[in-house]
Every structure is written in structure tokens, then in C-alpha cells.
Design a protein around this ligand. Structure first.
Ligand code: TXA
Ligand code: MG
Length: 347
């Protein structure tokens, strides 16, 4: 299969590319498209076969459910059983936007889309191309991140091409995504509201909108508990080289990493730094900056792209500075911890 990449960033190509993509979705095929978080690999959420194609294109285990993308609130009502009032409150506060809600599904949604679960994850993305594509295709679009299973999520069309070239007919290129980490997943299928995956929409923001306490899924923090979002149990976002996060005061982190670069002089060492610290690392290393020190949004925007660049640079080992746990920084640290397989060095 030849994979076409069509620009949707300029007005001339926009309409025809989206129409072509919508035709493919209606016919049961797959299209990669931009959202504000990461690129998605979309197929008709109501078509069992399309869901199967998604799992096989990604090489993803079929017990790991897909997120259903919608363009208006009524579509959520169409596919759920006993929709809680909280869903409307969160939709008014955050949709379209980087929030996925898990609710009880009805018979319309095939079990292939939900990985056999009786709940379904739903999100209204805040991206003009994604919204237009959903509307034009006249259905709801199941879309996981458009990477092959285990690789960092794609934040540019070229990342999707690297992973899925030859496996899907079309990639809609909307340029760089805005946020860079996947949506927050919130579980509304039980009495207690809980976060199953941290993202741009934080616990504080959800608590303010709902006026009640929001919990973190124990499986996110406790290694002995199984995460409720099946996808969170896999070692994800992983660069090819091993990775450790180094925590401590700024000077101690820089000098520890520099010592490692010296010790490992016969190896290529990668470093994830910031705009200030980048100059302080020994030139033998491959160093990328995640942005200004303390700027979580920039770190979110750059993280997955840096992990891919590390693969391209064929580094043997990666040391990353640690990021703040404020705002989207929590999501950045969650993804980085997964990439590191939990390896943290305190200095
Ligand atoms: O930002 C995003 O959410 C992106 C863009 C493309 O919208 N999508 C995305 O999809 O990150 P994916 O498939 O890479 O991650 C979906 C996560 C997985 O961890 C999956 O296990 C979880 O959502 N999930 C899906 N349905 C679920 C359900 N019914 N209950 C619990 N977790 C669910
Ligand atoms: Mg993913």
C-alpha cells in the first residue's frame, strides 16, 4: 500500500483532503489525522472490521480499547447507557478539548472498539481538521495515537509516516500538534470520579468544574495494582535506548550526568535538558532541550519528538532531567516515568 500525505494546513488543500479522508473512513478504511494532543489513527468506531484494522496496523493488543472521537455532545448520548450529569458538566467545561470520559456503553458500540469492555472512552477533540473529518464522515471515529505500539505518540505527520508508511492509505498533515501529550482520561462509570491517565486537564481543573473530589487511579502509582485503563499497563513511549530520570538540585543533576558521559566515553549518551542547562553538558553527549526551565507546556510539546530524535541519533543510554509536577508537568512526568520503566536516580 502506498501512503499518501496530504497537507491540511492551507486552505486550498483542506477541503479535498478532508473529503477524501472521509470517503476512506466511510468505506471502512483508516486515516491518520491531527488532533490538539497527538495524531490519531482513525477508523469508523461503529464498524467492527475498522477497529480490527486499527489493532493490526498499530500492532496493538486487541484488549486495549480505543477512544471514540465525536464532534457534538449528542453523539455521546447516542452511545451511552445512563449518562451521568457529570458528563454534561465536563463537556461544557472542557469540550472540545483534551479530555476523554469513560462511560457505560450501549449496544451500538461494538466490543472490538472497547476491547471487550462494557464502558467506552469518548472525546471531542479541539482541532478543526479532526472535527471536520468526524462531521464529513457521518460517523464517530475510533482513534488511538497513530504510532506503532510501544513507540512515542506522534506529534508531527512525519512521525506517523515513520511508523505507518505502507500500512495505511492516507495521513492528513496538520503540522505540529499543539499540546503534545495525550488527553486526560477520567472515569465516570463509577460513583467516585477518577483519573485513569493524567494529561493537560488536571485534577484541580476537574475538581473545580465538578465541585467534588477527583481521585487518581491507584494503578497509576502503585506497581502492585493493575491500572484501570488497559493501555497504562504497557511499557509505552519507550525510546530504543534505556532511560533514567535524574532528580536533585540543578547543579547536582548536571554534574552527575556529566560524570556518566565521561564514564561512558565509548558510548553515545543522550541528555534531555532545558534551555539554560543545555550549554553545561559535555559536548560528547547528544543533548536536546525540552524548552525553558520550569515551562511544563513546552516540555509536553517537545517530549515525544525528543524521544524519537534520540532513536534517530542511535544513543546507547539517555539521562533526563526531571520536570515539575505542576499542571501538565504531571502528565509529562507520567510519560517520562513510563519511558524510563520507572528508573529514577536521586542525586
Ligand atoms: O489524546 C488522545 O487521547 C489521543 C488522540 C488521538 O485523541 N488518543 C490516544 O489513544 O491517546 P490511545 O489509544 O493511544 O490511548 C487510549 C487509552 C488507552 O490507555 C486505553 O487503554 C484507554 O485509553 N481506554 C480506552 N477505552 C477505555 C475504557 N473503556 N476504560 C478504560 N480505559 C480505556
Ligand atoms: Mg497511545
Amino acid at each position: 500500500m502506498i501512503t499518501k500525505v496530504e497537507l491540511t494546513v492551507n486552505a486550498d488543500s483542506y477541503d479535498s483532503a478532508i473529503k477524501e479522508a472521509a470517503d476512506i473512513i466511510r468505506a471502512g478504511g483508516l486515516v491518520a489525522f491531527p488532533t490538539e494532543t497527538v495524531y490519531g489513527l482513525g477508523g469508523d468506531a461503529m464498524n467492527e472490521n475498522a477497529a480490527k484494522l486499527i489493532y493490526s496496523a498499530k500492532g496493538r493488543p486487541s484488549d486495549n480499547p480505543l477512544i471514540v472521537h465525536i464532534s457534538h455532545f449528542e453523539q455521546l448520548q447516542e452511545i451511552t447507557l445512563d449518562l451521568p450529569d457529570k458528563a454534561k458538566i465536563l463537556s461544557d467545561a472542557f469540550w472540545p478539548g483534551p479530555l476523554t470520559m469513560v462511560v457505560k456503553k450501549n449496544d451500538k458500540v461494538p466490543y472490538t472498539t472497547t476491547g471487550g469492555l462494557d464502558t467506552v472512552a469518548v472525546r471531542m477533540p479541539n482541532h478543526p481538521v479532526a472535527l471536520r473529518l468526524i462531521r464529513e464522515s457521518g460517523t464517530m471515529i475510533a482513534a488511538p495515537s497513530a504510532n506503532t505500539s510501544g513507540r512515542p505518540s506522534p506529534t508531527k505527520a512525519s512521525h506517523v509516516y515513520e511508523d505507518l508508511n505502507g500500512r495505511i492509505p492516507l495521513i492528513l498533515d496538520g503540522g505540529d500538534v499543539d499540546i503534545g501529550v495525550e488527553s486526560t482520561i477520567v472515569d465516570l462509570s463509577e460513583d467516585k470520579v477518577s483519573i485513569l491517565r493524567p494529561g493537560y486537564i488536571t485534577k484541580d481543573m476537574l475538581e473545580r468544574a465538578l465541585g467534588e473530589e477527583v481521585f487518581m487511579d491507584p494503578g497509576l502509582v502503585d506497581k502492585n495494582k493493575r491500572p484501570k485503563a488497559p493501555g497504562m499497563k504497557y511499557r509505552h513511549y519507550a525510546p530504543k535506548a534505556g532511560l533514567s530520570i535524574v532528580k536533585g538540585c540543578d547543579e547536582a543533576v548536571v554534574s552527575f550526568i556529566n560524570e556518566q558521559i565521561e564514564h561512558l566515553s565509548d558510548k553515545r549518551v543522550g541528555v534531555i535538558a532545558n534551555d539554560d542547562s543545555i550549554k553545561e553538558y559535555k559536548s560528547a553527549a547528544v543533548v536536546f532541550s525540552a524548552g525553558k526551565r520550569g515551562n511544563d507546556e513546552e516540555a509536553a510539546h517537545n517530549l515525544f519528538s525528543i524521544l524519537r530524535s534520540m532513536d534517530e541519533s542511535e544513543v546507547d543510554y539517555i539521562y533526563s532531567e526531571s520536570f515539575d509536577h505542576n499542571g501538565v508537568g504531571d502528565a509529562v512526568m507520567n510519560r517520562l516515568m513510563k519511558a524510563a520503566g520507572g528508573s529514577v536516580i536521586e542525586v
